[in-house]
Design a protein around this ligand. Structure first.
Ligand SMILES: [Zn+2]
Ligand SMILES: [Zn+2]
Length: 278
């Protein structure tokens, strides 16, 4: 794929979906926001810019570039076996999605990885900007994991670019605060993770946080029994975020960057007397 065309596709799709979801959640919000956009968006979008710059600088070849190199040199399962191109693209896409699911589970279970990932969960509201809010170190690790998966699988470059564009879009969609009628949600969540499905994952209750790990295809959670249809408190009354980092000041960019290296106790007392801080 021509590099400029790829870049325009990525930026165009990202801006288009962001604008569409921001408009949808503005016109038809699912829940009332507790902190709102004004205090959260500068940090959430600031961290996105930081992430993009860091990846570009530290891993310029990225996953798509790795796929091109792997194809040239015959690296990876799909490059040493003769498959039809469409099947290679489909397999590459599905395997990458499974890898992202598995990685997400691991980032919840391994304490030092959870410290990085919990910044995503510390957002006190969930909306389109939350889907872009990941700690820079988590983003770098994710890219390295993706590069390793691409080399092992030999995923075609088209599959990698398609996967990254689609994942970015579905992440903005399923983090959005867009209202969707129940009948539509039930149908859509058979093929892609919906906002009502992913919101359960942002519940303050740990057993709900540890469910619905999928960002794109919704099947892994059902297959590996991590699926939860609804939050116990209901979508309107559930609390979003973590028991720690509940001070709205934690939405600032500098606080987002330092959260993995702090415990909430350093910043604000915990009204519920603790909970998980690791
Ligand atoms: Zn998570
Ligand atoms: Zn999320």
């Amino acid at each position: 794929m021509e590099p400029n065309a790829e870049l325009y596709l990525r930026i165009g799709a990202a801006l288009g979906i962001f604008a569409a979801m921001a408009l949808w959640e503005f016109v038809a919000p699912r829940r009332a926001l507790s902190v709102g956009r004004l205090r959260r968006w500068p940090g959430n979008l600031g961290i996105l810019v930081l992430d993009a710059l860091l990846v570009r600088f530290l891993i310029p070849v990225a996953a798509a570039g790795t796929a091109a190199i792997a194809a040239q040199r015959g690296w990876g399962f799909l490059n040493i076996t003769p498959w039809p191109a469409w099947l290679e693209i489909l397999l590459g896409f599905v395997v990458l999605d499974l890898a992202v699911y598995a990685q997400h589970v691991v980032f919840h279970k391994v304490p030092w990885l959870w410290r990085l990932h919990r910044m995503h969960h510390a957002d006190l509201d969930i909306d389109v900007s939350t889907g872009l809010r990941f700690h820079p170190i988590e983003i770098i690790l994710s890219m390295l994991i993706k590069v390793a998966v691409v080399v092992l699988v030999g995923a075609p470059m088209v599959a990698v670019v398609a996967f990254e564009v689609v994942l970015n879009a579905t992440s903005m969609f399923n983090h959005s605060n867009a209202a969707m009628p129940g009948w539509l949600d039930r149908r859509v969540r058979l093929v892609v993770v919906t906002p009502d499905m992913h919101r359960v994952h942002h519940s303050v209750k740990r057993h709900e946080t540890d469910s619905n790990y999928g960002f794109n295809l919704p099947w892994w959670d059902r297959l590996f029994r991590t699926y939860r249809a609804l939050p116990e408190a209901g979508h309107d009354d559930m609390t979003i975020g973590l028991p720690i980092f509940r001070d709205p000041k934690e939405s600032r960019l500098d606080r987002l960057v330092t959260q993995p290296f702090r415990n909430a106790a350093d910043v604000a007392p915990q009204p519920d007397g603790g909970n998980r801080t690791r």
